[in-house]
Design a protein around this ligand. Structure first.
Ligand SMILES: C[S@@+](CC[C@H](N)C(=O)[O-])C[C@H]1O[C@@H](n2cnc3c(N)ncnc32)[C@H](O)[C@@H]1O
Length: 257
């Protein structure tokens, strides 16, 4: 198990490097998640507050701490709460930290917005989406978006509600997948023609576990168009960049930003 040594809202601590202890885990297989109109979802939509995105007030998200409270009240046995109750940011292969917003999401959003990256009619993958803010931003510009998060409950109780509070109609251009990256790449990679692959892959604060580097590489290799672009964003960019270069071959013609 490991814990990031910082909280999203403590900048001084956030400068420390996350530590990862490698263990033998069994990773969940990937599957497509259908929108489920549950009583918990209704409770979240009715009672939790929404927050406008800094610098991009057209998009909003639901306060994740209020979602945690609703899940606690519901006595739902979700892996998300297992981490919460043990004061951990994540538990490898159990809960991967999607039920909060990590700072790099804001940085990547602000980059996409300030560079006026055109997304209309394009296909985007928000990889390790958590809140799904990057995907929701892409949808708002006319893209279609696949949202991937390891935890089904993060998708059901955070990502999907966030799409709904922005505009229910955006669901029509969205797909949701849970589970491990390797099986996600296999699940959808085989069925995609070159034209059906992603124009953009956005992934924020996802490169912290060395065991997962070959898996994320597989996602890029199988799912990104040859002309596509990927935007991985993490803290300590140089450290991770040097590590991940060992895994990322650019022979697929991918444009690594
Ligand atoms: C620290 S959270 C970051 C969430 C969000 N991108 C953000 O910046 O707020 C890491 C995310 O990476 C995803 N993730 C990490 N390792 C994964 C793996 N091996 N397979 C699938 N998803 C993984 C999880 O879904 C999790 O939401």
């Amino acid at each position: 198990m490991f814990k990031f040594n910082f909280s999203a809202d403590n900048t001084a601590e956030a400068e420390e490097q996350p530590k990862v202890i490698q263990t033998e885990e069994t990773w969940e297989k990937s599957k497509q998640i259908q929108f489920k109109d549950s009583s918990i979802l209704q409770d979240i939509l009715k009672n939790a507050s929404t927050i406008n995105l800094p610098n991009y007030p057209d998009c909003k998200y639901i306060d994740p701490s209020e979602i945690v409270d609703i899940l606690l009240d519901s006595e739902n046995e979700t892996p998300v709460l297992k981490a919460e109750q043990n004061h951990l940011d994540l538990i490898p292969a159990v809960y991967e930290g999607g039920l909060k917003i990590w700072e790099c999401t804001y940085d990547l959003l602000s980059y996409l917005s300030s560079e006026k990256i055109q997304l209309e009619g394009l296909k985007v993958l928000d990889l390790g989406c958590g809140s799904g803010i990057l995907g929701i931003y892409s949808l708002s510009l006319g893209a279609t978006c696949y949202f991937q998060d390891y935890n089904e409950d993060v998708l059901q109780y955070f990502t999907i509600p966030n799409v709904l509070v922005n505009n229910k109609g955006l669901l029509e251009r969205s797909k949701f997948y849970s589970g491990d990256w390797e099986s996600f790449a296999n699940l959808i990679g085989d069925s995609l023609t070159e034209d059906e692959k992603f124009d953009y892959i956005f992934t924020s604060e996802t490169l912290y576990n060395v065991q997962s580097y070959p898996k994320i590489h597989k996602v890029f290799k199988l799912l990104l168009k040859k002309s596509g672009k990927m935007y991985p964003l993490v803290r300590h960019m140089m450290i991770y960049f040097l590590k991940i270069l060992a895994y990322l071959s650019l022979d697929a013609g991918a444009d690594l930003r």
